[in-house]
Design a protein around this ligand. Structure first.
Ligand code: E4P
Length: 217
């Protein structure tokens, strides 16, 4: 499973990228607003840093303006994936951009039907939002499973990009189901390293290091 990092914070991307943990980046208008940066400027900086797909989201609601925005975003770098919402206008924009050879990430997906439409419209990525479904007591992981089944049944090449990930467990759950990509905030990716038995085991080893005066350097 590929790891995308869900942030527009350059330092956080750099830290994970240096460890080989970043196969791509996703942003959205809320993450751009949180960074306090200009969307074009920060997106260009991220594209310079990361080789994999960098999702940058349109902000218009009608297809014509979305398409113009998408074309402008796509000019930033070859690894831009234009992010469009899963609305009818978004699907129209997805089809037009993917026909032009631009990668498209269709976002705000909350149903298998929506995912089926995105694949038909030529989406490179479909982004089902697990956490926001869980928030309203609908099983987000079940949606990933359903989309996996549908895409595999018909050989759709659209990649399932699990989004709105809130916990480290979501990451391994998505990998078990067969999501192609999971995008998570940096703190969730780092939390994947944590285990209480690792901490306990290390404390025991350190006590023995102290007791025996073990030194390597
Ligand atoms: C990424 O593409 C999504 O925009 C993001 O994962 C949404 O996450 P949230 O539901 O935690 O805002």
């Amino acid at each position: 499973m590929k790891f995308f990092v869900d942030t527009a914070e350059i330092d956080a991307i750099k830290e994970l990228h240096n460890l080989g943990m970043v196969d791509g980046v996703t942003t959205n208008p809320s993450l751009i607003a949180k960074s306090g940066r200009d969307i074009l400027e920060v997106t260009r900086e991220i594209c310079d840093l990361v080789d994999g797909p960098v999702s940058a989201e349109v902000v218009a609601l009608d297809a014509d303006t979305m398409l113009a925005e998408g074309r402008k975003l796509a000019k930033i770098a070859d690894n831009i994936a234009v992010k469009v919402p899963l609305t009818w206008a978004g699907l129209q924009t997805c089809k037009a951009l993917s026909d032009e050879g631009t990668m498209v990430n269709v976002t705000l997906c909350f149903s298998a039907n929506q995912a089926l439409l995105a694949a038909k419209a030529g989406a490179t990525f479909i982004s089902p939002f697990i956490g926001r479904l869980d928030d309203i007591n609908i099983d987000g992981l079940e949606l990933i499973e359903d989309i996996r089944t549908i895409y595999d049944n018909y050989g759709f090449e659209t990649q399932i990009l699990a989004a709105s990930i809130r916990s480290a467990n979501h990451m391994s759950d998505c990998a078990k189901i067969g999501a192609d990509v999971a995008t998570a905030p940096p703190n969730v990716i780092k939390a994947m390293a944590n285990h209480v038995l690792t901490d306990k085991g290390l404390a025991g080893f350190m006590a023995d290091v102290e007791k025996a005066g073990i030194k390597i350097l």
